[in-house]
Each structure stands twice: as C-alpha cells, then as structure tokens.
Ligand binder design. Structure first.
Ligand code: HEM
Length: 425
C-alpha cells in the first residue's frame, strides 16, 4: 500500500508507519481512567455502538479488536486454526517500541503460552497431567497453613491492608508450594519476592533484574529435581514421557506460577470485597445460607480477575461479528464483557448459579483443566480461613472509597483495608 506523503499529503495525515494509518476510523482508546473504574459501562457502550467486535486502540494508539460477545469469544477461542496464539504474526510490530507497556504480555516467549498445534498439545499436556496429580486435600491443608502464618503476622494489630499482607502473598506461596519450593526456606522467600517484583513492580523495584533472578531460581529448582525427584509439579513435568527439555520446563513453570498468582490473588480479593460489602453475603455467610464457594462463583461472573486477555492473532483474512479481520490482526478476548453479554442474560440480570462463564477462557489455550479447580481450593481456603480466624472482620473504609486498579486487564482493588478485634498470638 502506498501512503500519502510529501506536498500532496493532507495536513493531519499521520506519518507513514504511524499505527493510526491502519486503525479503524471509529476505534476507541481502551485505556482511560473513567473506563477503568467502570468497565461495564465501557462494554455496554461499546456493544451498543460497535456490536460484538469493537475496534479499539491499545496503549500508544495501536489498533486491535475487542471481542465482546459471548458467542464470539467462544468462537475465537475454539478456532485456533483461525485465531492463534503466536504473536509474531502481528501486523503491527513495526509500530511497537521495545518498551511498550504491554510487551510482557505480547512479546513472544518460547513457553506454552505462545506455542500452537501439536507443540502446544505436547507442552500443555505435560502441565495438565502434572497439575492433575496435585493432591487437592494436601493443597487445601498447605493453604490453610500459609493463611494461618500470614494472619498471625497481622492479627494482633486489629487492622490490615489485605491485598499486600494476605491475598497476594498467599496466592504466590501456594503456587510456589505446588512447584516444589519448600515453605519458609530462604530461597523460597527470595523467589516469592522476585516474582512479586517482576509481576507487580512497585516504585524503586527493578522488574527486569527480578525476572532474571526468577529464571535462575526456577532453573536451579529444575536441576535439583532432576537429581532428587519429589511429589511436586516440577518433578512430574520432568518425569513425563513427552521428554521436555530443562529449558522448556523452566519456561513453562514460570508461566504456571505467573498464570496462577495474579488471577488467584485478585479472585480472593474480589470475593472478600463482595462478602464485606454486599448485604446478601455479609448477612448470610455467617448464617451459612450462602457459601463462600457461591460468592467466588458470583465474582467470576461479575468481577472476573482476567477481564480482558491479549490475545489471539488472525492467521488469515476472515470475518467475525460482521467485521473484516485481516491476517495478523490482534484480538483481545473480552472475557468480562462476554460474561455480561445481554444475549446470554436476556433479563439483564447476571446470575451466579452456573459456571458457564468464560473467566477461564475456552478452547485449546484455556486455563488448563485442573488449574481452575486448584485455584478454587486456594481461594476458598484463603477466604474461609480468614473469616474463621477473624470472625468480626469488617471494611475499614466506606465501600465507595475502595478503588479498582487502573487496569483494563486485571480486575482487582488497589487496597482492601479491614479492621477486626485484635487477636493475641
Ligand atoms: C492454580 C491457579 C492457576 C494456574 C496453575 C493457572 C495456569 C494457567 C496456564 C498454564 C495457562 C496457559 C494455558 C495455555 O496457554 O495453554 C492459563 C491461562 C489462563 N488462565 Fe489460568 N491458572 C490459574 C488460575 C487462574 C484463575 C484464577 C483465572 C481467572 C479466574 C485464570 C484464567 C486464565 C485465563 C483467562 C487464561 C488464558 C486462556 C487463553 O489464552 O484463552 N487462571 N492458566
């Protein structure tokens, strides 16, 4: 395609190579604080204006499609021959700077996340079987132990900010435990800290250096388990007849830990928020009518942690929801929007009784089957243990003061301050 240039170019014509050249004229910027605070309004207005597949602009004006419809997200994820995971086929790479904020999610890595076809089935099969052999009762016991340790660290104070002292460290420790890092060991603590820094850097952290150390520590774990196998996910991946190399296992273990930590931590947080703010739950959980599991399920419908997931890349020119999709276009899976699709909720009332939501995605690359069950064990144990140990736990601020993280990708609070009667340890 030749672009207008030189004297004939219109005054406002973007320079050649600018992503605005290829963007749809109605494309909507996906970032913006007002949207981040009320994503349902954004999805509703996008759907009414654009239908089930909306043209959007990612950070820096990079064009993509946001798939909003339940049946369209189901279709995209079920047809990996048309909408595939290897981001190297993206037709926008020329417009993407190396320090692009979404690079950690779209930059190709040789892990299970970006493999396709038979190679993906080989890698995902190993993860699935290794996760299947996790003993859920043992995992529940370990999570209760981790929860007790964390609660003991703040129970005497009478107040706490639960995201930093409970939900995030608990999900991280549970993930690290599953892969076989011994609890309490100095190495485990260092890995937990480096993972926190690389996944959710605070000011002053160096996430790149932390990520390199994560790789080194996981590499060390893999080498150690080659010598001394144990009953953990790492050893099972090493023993699997598919014969993955150490390097492949390191990549996939990091993917498993990272994929487990953020969504599970935010799932716990969003369920606690619901329990502490919604009268149905606040009144009934202690009365035993509505279980913690039901609250967890409702959150997957209404405040799912992975709101939007980037993504899939079109293998060839095709159509979706009445849109012409070009080969190499990026599609963002609008999981939260799909869960709230009026086509599946004609009464406009999103329910919580079934688990047909798309929070764990769908198809070949969905969250691998045993992982949602394990995440449920971790999240349920975290919520139940907290409510058991600190039964008069209440929010320390007005519910309206709780703020969501300014992210269109992961739905979770910036802070969850609570108070309770101090418990002597
Ligand atoms: C024990 C906890 C968890 C583990 C071990 C885990 C593991 C994984 C892995 C390995 C993948 C990559 C699958 C692939 O590309 O083949 C994945 C994808 C994913 N997981 Fe999980 N996960 C956990 C918890 C969760 C939770 C709590 C949620 C959300 C509620 C979630 C939502 C997703 C989504 C949306 C994807 C992307 C699927 C896609 O590309 O279509 N996961 N998970």
């Amino acid at each position: 395609m030749t672009e207008a240039s030189g004297p004939a170019a219109a005054p406002n014509t973007p320079p050649p190579g600018c992503p605005a050249h290829t963007a749809h004229p109605d494309a909507v910027p996906l970032s913006g604080l007002e949207y981040q605070q009320t994503p349902f309004d954004l999805y509703r207005s996008l759907r009414s204006k654009h239908g089930s597949v909306a043209p959007v602009l990612l950070d820096g004006g990079v064009p993509a499609w946001l798939v909003l419809g339940y049946s369209e997200v189901s279709y995209v994820t079920a047809h990996d021959e048309l909408f595939a995971r290897d981001s190297r086929r993206w037709n926008q790479w020329d417009n993407i700077p190396a320090d692009w904020p979404l690079m950690p999610f779209v930059g190709y890595q040789p892990s299970v996340l970006f493999t396709e076809g038979a190679e993906h089935r080989r890698r995902a099969g190993v993860i699935t079987e290794a996760l299947e052999s996790v003993d859920q009762f043992e995992l529940g016991r370990e999570c209760a132990y981790i929860a007790d340790q964390l609660i003991a660290s703040f129970a005497g104070r009478g107040s706490a900010e639960l995201m930093s002292v409970y939900t995030h460290p608990l999900a991280m420790r549970a993930a690290v435990h599953m892969v076989g890092m011994p609890p309490g060991a100095a190495d485990t603590e260092a890995l937990v800290e480096d993972l926190r820094m690389s996944l959710d850097a605070a000011e002053g952290d160096d996430p790149v250096a932390a990520y390199i150390r994560v790789g080194e520590r996981v590499h060390h774990l893999v080498k150690e388990r080659r010598q001394n196998p144990a009953a953990d996910v790492t050893s099972r991946m090493l023993e699997h007849p598919a014969g993955l190399s150490d390097e492949e296992i390191v990549q996939d273990l990091i993917s498993v830990i990272a994929a487990a930590q953020q969504p599970t931590a935010n799932w716990i947080c969003n369920a606690l928020r619901l329990l502490l703010t919604d009268e149905r739950f606040a009144l009934n959980v202690s009365g035993g009518r509505l279980s913690v599991s039901q609250a967890l399920n409702e959150v997957l419908w209404l405040d799912t942690p992975t709101q939007n997931f980037i993504g899939r890349w079109a293998v060839r020119d095709t159509q979706l929801g009445g849109r012409r999709i070009r080969a190499g276009d990026c599609l963002v899976l609008g999981l939260a929007a799909a869960n709230a699709d009026p086509q599946i909720w004609p009464g406009a009332q999103v329910g919580s009784e079934n688990s047909a939501h798309l929070s764990f995605s769908n198809g070949e690359h969905r969250c691998p089957y045993p992982a949602p069950l394990l995440a449920d064990v971790i999240a349920r144990t975290a919520v139940e243990t907290l409510l058991e140990r600190l039964p008069d736990l209440v929010l320390a601020v007005d519910p309206a003061e709780l703020t969501w993280r300014p992210s269109i990708w992961m739905r979770g609070l910036t802070a969850l301050p609570v108070q309770f009667t101090p418990v002597a340890q």
